[in-house]
Design a protein around this ligand. Sequence first.
Ligand code: GDP
Length: 139
Amino acid sequence: MTGSRTFTMIKPEAVAAGHAGKIIDMLIENGFRIKALKLTRLSRQEAGTFYEVHKERPFYGELVEYMASGPIIAAILEKSNAVEDFRKLIGATDPMEAAEGTIRKRFAESKAKNAVHGSDSDDNAGIEANFFFSGRERF
Ligand code: GDP
């Protein structure tokens, strides 16, 4: 079975807190298939490039520092309607506003340290996946 793809990161504070296994379990339980997966760390420069769309936002510097602060887990996920369904599973940006049963409700510390990233469009899912994974790392 094939579906569309999205890209996710388990962010530094969630990896450091030991939540990665539970988060990966949750996404598999919700029908997402892992197509690529790695533990890695962004340099400040790489984090700056990854989040370039947010360059004008007041929290950009903080976001870049945070995302470069420790190892993250990057993954490509497949499911029908992957981008939208994964955004639903992760919940609102701010965990105070995230619905019950979402990953951010369960694991996010704050609006800034919110446990996971999920692509916001098919185009960005492709761009973000290409940022982290070569062809031979995808299945
Ligand atoms: P997302 O699509 O739900 O991840 O949210 P956005 O695209 O609006 O923001 C990207 C990321 O920037 C979020 O996931 C947070 O990690 C971070 N972020 C958003 N709002 C704030 C904020 O007000 N302060 C800080 N420090 N970080 C924020």
